[in-house]
Ligand binder design. Structure first.
Ligand code: FE
Length: 377
């Protein structure tokens, strides 16, 4: 590895490198991460600071620690992921450099740095993003009996380039003062004219919706899925939202009666406001099951410490880390048999869609084209 370690905020010697450089790289390298525009408003992605400038640091400590340092490029909210990483360092003595930014810029940076990258691991959300990173050659295949034992195959890349580490359900939320649960059933049903002027949707630019639509294409076929998307657009109560939290708050405020969001955003709102007047409904229980996606990680192709990165990924799939994921971030463990938090339990059990999440990547381009054609902004 080069002697330069990059850190968002951990270092002493700093040079400012405008993010425009990375934006340019994104274009030049043909990065097709269509989720990028919407991530700036996502709690998942980076800080405001890191979206406007990068701080490049010479970090002698990291160099001295050599193989004992694992450098992570992460699009996860630092507050959520840091306690887990600190726990790992406590247990193993392995130092972790955490570089936080949005997925698009991190992937562009990996492209530009190639084999000189200080990164060992890419940590991000959505199988669609991980699939894109693998497609671009940014991740290397690994083989691990621990990951195979802890993470069901449907949440891992068949070629071993990435693995899921936590689960999130994208499901239906509603205003119980206007809607009763027995009026709700599937994502597709939200296209029915009975929901005209009552539906809220987040932008189609967000990878979460691209993955949901990809799963519908797989289950319902292209023709039916396009009809559903057109129905959603016809039923919109207002313009599409930039993030799930705003959408849930719009339901609470009476702007719409139903919408689709990721479960952990709802969990965070309930943490802040226990009487938040919105209810969760598990979609597609009588059919294909609720859409479930992953957050996950892969070992970076140019890593000089792939073993260290893999060991950390294995630890993140362990009972202890899986329990922390579930309690800290309102996500579901990817490993079976882990106790969920009281809040997650209170939402009740549900049938998950059994689809292999790599499909979300494979069908992403088609999903984007279809939403565009159907007028879903
Ligand atoms: Fe998110």
């Amino acid at each position: 590895m080069s002697l330069t370690a990059i850190s968002a905020n951990l270092s002493s010697t700093k040079l400012i490198l405008p993010v425009a450089v990375f934006g340019l790289m994104l274009g030049l390298t043909g990065c097709n991460n269509s989720s990028t525009p919407a991530e700036g408003v996502d709690a998942e992605a980076g800080t405001e600071q890191s979206s406007t400038e990068q701080e490049v640091a010479t970090n002698d400590d990291a160099t001295a620690a050599g193989g004992q340092t694992v450098t992570i490029y992460s699009s996860r909210n630092e507050q959520l992921i840091k306690p887990l990483l600190d726990r790992y360092t406590e247990q193993t003595g392995v130092k972790i450099e955490l570089v936080t930014d949005k997925t698009g810029p991190l992937m562009a940076r990996l492209q530009a740095e190639g084999k000189n990258t200080p990164a060992d691991m890419l940590l991000t959300v959505d199988a669609g993003n991980l699939w894109q990173a693998a497609e671009q050659g940014l991740l290397q295949p690994v083989s691990s009996t621990i990951l195979e034992a802890n993470v069901p195959a449907k949440y891992r890349d068949p070629k071993g380039q990435w693995t899921g580490l936590s689960l999130r359900a994208r499901t239906i939320f509603y205003d119980p003062s206007k809607v009763s649960a027995d009026q709700l059933s599937t994502y597709a049903d939200l296209a029915d004219p009975k929901w005209k002027g009552k539906l809220c949707r987040r932008t189609s630019k967000k990878v979460y919706n691209q993955s949901l639509v990809a799963s519908m294409m797989e289950h319902l076929g292209e023709e039916k899925t396009e009809q559903v998307i057109r129905g959603w657009v016809d039923n919109l109560a207002t313009d599409v939202f930039s993030d799930d939290t705003n959408l849930l708050e719009a339901i609470a405020a009476g702007q719409c009666e139903v919408g689709i969001a990721n479960s952990y955003y709802y969990g965070r709102l309930l943490d802040e406001k226990p009487n938040f007047p919105v209810k969760i409904f598990w979609a597609n229980q009588g059919t294909t099951g609720t859409h479930v996606n992953i957050s996950g990680a892969g070992v970076v192709t140019g890593s000089d410490n792939p073993d260290g990165a893999l060991k950390l990924m294995e630890w993140l799939s362990s009972d202890e880390a899986q329990g922390l994921y579930a309690s800290a971030d309102k996500e579901f463990p990817v490993k079976a048999g882990i106790d969920e938090s009281e809040m997650l339990k209170s939402w009740g059990p549900f049938k998950q869609d059994d689809i292999s999440v790599q499909k979300f990547g494979e069908l992403q381009t088609k999903a984007i084209q279809m939403m565009d054609k159907a007028g879903y902004k």
